[in-house]
Design a protein around this ligand. Structure first.
Ligand SMILES: Cc1cc2nc3c(=O)[nH]c(=O)nc-3n(C[C@H](O)[C@H](O)[C@H](O)COP(=O)(O)O)c2cc1C
Length: 141
């Protein structure tokens, strides 16, 4: 049974580029063996991550992620059972939130900076789907 989960969190050190690289490296090394796919957006000290896969695998990874000291607090935005993956092509795609096309951001938010804390989980998911449709997610594997 497949599930998809979306959360937002704040990086403890928003300028730590090495931490983002390390997070993406561990995601890309562990996720394939666990059948996890998804996308990690970051920028302005915010992480927005969608993970999808088997329910046990997704819950296990989320439990691990919320204990990770590199970010806090982790706020669950959306959790659903799904019939198919949206991010099946990415072991963990990446998006730099600071470099998003302004018109895409304005489509979903009041201001030209996207802040997942101020919009609904549904809106954040819609933005991720738009990013996928406009080829804004990098790191396809
Ligand atoms: C924002 C964020 C996203 C993460 N995403 C993943 C992920 O998709 N897959 C994963 O295995 N670890 C992810 N991690 C890292 C885990 O919390 C954990 O540190 C890692 O899996 C431990 O394995 P390692 O010691 O081999 O790095 C993430 C951490 C953070 C802070």
């Amino acid at each position: 049974m497949l599930t998809r989960l979306l959360y937002v969190s704040r990086a403890v050190d928003k300028d730590d580029k090495a931490a983002i690289e390390a997070i993406l490296a561990s995601a890309r090394s562990h996720n394939p063996e666990n059948g996890i796919t998804g996308v990690l957006c970051y920028g302005g000290g915010i992480f927005l991550q969608a993970i999808e896969g088997g329910r046990t695998a997704v819950n296990g990874l989320y439990t691990q992620i919320i204990r990770d000291p590199r970010h806090t607090p982790v706020e669950l935005l959306h959790y659903e059972e799904i019939t198919e993956r949206h991010f099946g092509g990415w072991t963990m795609g990446q998006v730099n939130l600071a470099k998003l096309n302004t018109s895409i951001v304005l489509k979903y938010s009041e201001r030209p900076e996207f802040d997942p804390y101020t919009v609904s989980g549904k809106v954040s998911m819609a933005l991720l789907e738009e990013l996928m449709a406009t080829a804004s997610i990098v790191g396809r594997v």
